[in-house]
Design a binder for this molecule. Sequence first.
Ligand SMILES: Cc1ncc(COP(=O)(O)O)c(C=O)c1O
Length: 370
Amino acid sequence: MIPQADPSRRIARHRDAVIEAITAVVDGHEYILGSHVERFEEAFASSLGAAHGVGVNSGTDAIALALRATGIGRGDEVLVPALTAAGTAAAVLQAGATPRFVDVELSTRCLDLGATEAAVSGRTAAILAVHLHGHPIDMPRLLEIARHHSLVVIEDCAQAHGASFAGRAIGTFGTAAAFSFYPTKNLGCIGDGGAVITSDPGVAARVRSLRNYGWQDGRRLSATAAGNSRLDALQAAILLALLPHLDAGNAERRVLARRYREMLADSAVGLPAEHPGCVYHQFAITVARRDEIRRLLRERHGIGSAVHYDSPLHLQPAFADFADAPLPVSERLAREMISLPIQPEIANQAVDTIAAAVRSLVGPAERKAA
Ligand SMILES: Cc1ncc(COP(=O)(O)O)c(C=O)c1O
């Protein structure tokens, strides 16, 4: 069986470095915050060209704390794409704000910027720019819209470690950016983890305080009511060991995406938008008869696949209160998308087999009459 994703294969590939990192934490006796977390924060922020990194316990908390630290909360509306992980919108609610769902584009699967601007209301305070599947949003255009309406921009980079737009790292355009290090991510640890990246020292200081009971200035006194959202020292040490391999992994993903495009070019699939700064956290094609194709891939060819995501957020019970209109592109993508395996440790050996199987199941593209 070819799995859709298997983080243990990446850990196995870098096993010696990971074990060395774990041993350093065990022997170093710094289990909460301390030098492992600080070294990772600095290395990750500087790899992106940002001034500050603050490790937190998940991508969801990274978004929630970034919102709180930039002053977004009760009474504020945040524009969120309907096609994203549940954590994106849950974090908006966690910050006390209200999500307003916006449709995505068919090709990029990211916020439709025309629809985003049209959705701005008197209560809109922020845009959550989700770089879904590793595809970089046109951030200069999004920032222009935000400036015009005086909105805060938070980037959700949970799927976009190392992505770029016009040579600039994704995660450095907004006031702050949130990353997840969930094991399957392009940079993933062996548990939960996340980080907020920002070049604003005030935002960084507020996130640092909010992740640790609202303590600040080295005093054990809660200035703000806040919980515990610290990045674990063990995960930080592992992330520091894996960070030097991120770019090579992303380069492999780009090669794999190119191969999928070549092999699927004349078949009846919809391909994701092509962008040189994309890091292909997922390679999601669209097909008719999606569920049947997935079943045949599994049963006939032993190929695993996944769907990111099979229900847009406005159609999920938890967010039904915030659904005010159909969002047809998100709904269509949720019916038609299949995420093919693209994790290098799986797909480097299997991309041709997977693409040939998809091609045989979906058939050739219909020729348009000349
Ligand atoms: C786009 C996006 N946003 C937010 C999250 C939440 O991250 P975490 O699972 O680390 O809380 C994820 C991960 O599932 C994600 O893919």
